[in-house]
Design a binder for this molecule. Structure first.
Ligand code: IMP
Ligand code: MG
Length: 181
């Protein structure tokens, strides 16, 4: 049994999505993706660092040919974050003419994703869809369609299963939410 509460950097978090529930979400996403892409080869672009655990679980369940690219997305401070200016490493990935599935851990405002989609569209993929394990309510105001969402959650701050609080908590097998949020 995972602990009900944990402390990271002096903040308390409560158990929010246990591993069995995460696994169910990942399984149903993988089934949908398999059906939608049957007979095609996928190019998955994993957004580091947060999505690496979700991607590892999701992609091992797909019986589809799959290429993997990884991108590190970093916002340039508060001002630029709000304007959606995001820096990507590496700046180019080989996606021209490919069916691309962008894999993200969690979408909040979606500014990171919006900048990334804009960046990737300029490389002319055949198609581009988004898979995210979690989406917060703000994501509903996005112009971007989130095709594959594992779970819609309220506006709480979460850690675990790849997601961090100041680099702590990424390796937790369960997802925790900040208490009193
Ligand atoms: P955005 O607001 O959708 O642009 O979110 C930017 C990035 O912040 C996401 O890709 C996540 O990696 C991270 N993030 C958003 N919400 C949370 C959270 O609750 N916990 C940990 N990371 C988060
Ligand atoms: Mg992320």
């Amino acid at each position: 049994m995972p602990p009900k509460r944990i402390e990271l950097h002096g903040q308390w978090f409560r158990l929010f999505i246990p591993r069995q529930e995460i696994a169910q979400s990942v399984r149903s996403l993988s089934r949908r993706i398999e059906q939608d892409y049957a007979g095609r080869e996928l190019t998955c672009v994993v957004i580091l660092k947060g999505a690496f655990i979700f991607a590892a679980d999701l992609l091992r369940q797909l019986s589809l040919p799959c290429r993997i690219e990884m991108l590190r997305a970093q916002s340039y401070g508060m001002q630029m974050t709000s304007s959606g200016t995001v820096h990507f490493e590496p700046t180019t990935v080989d996606i021209r003419g490919r069916d691309v599935l962008l894999i993200e851990d969690i979408v909040d405002t979606g500014l990171t994703l919006q900048a990334l989609v804009h960046h990737l569209q300029s490389q002319e993929p055949a198609s581009l869809q988004i898979a995210t394990l979690l989406a917060k309510p703000a994501a509903q105001h996005l112009a971007l369609p989130l095709t594959y969402v594992g779970k819609h959650i309220p506006a709480v701050f979460v850690v675990g299963y790849g997601m961090d609080y100041a680099e702590a908590g990424r390796t937790l097998p369960d997802i925790y939410a900040l208490e009193d949020s």
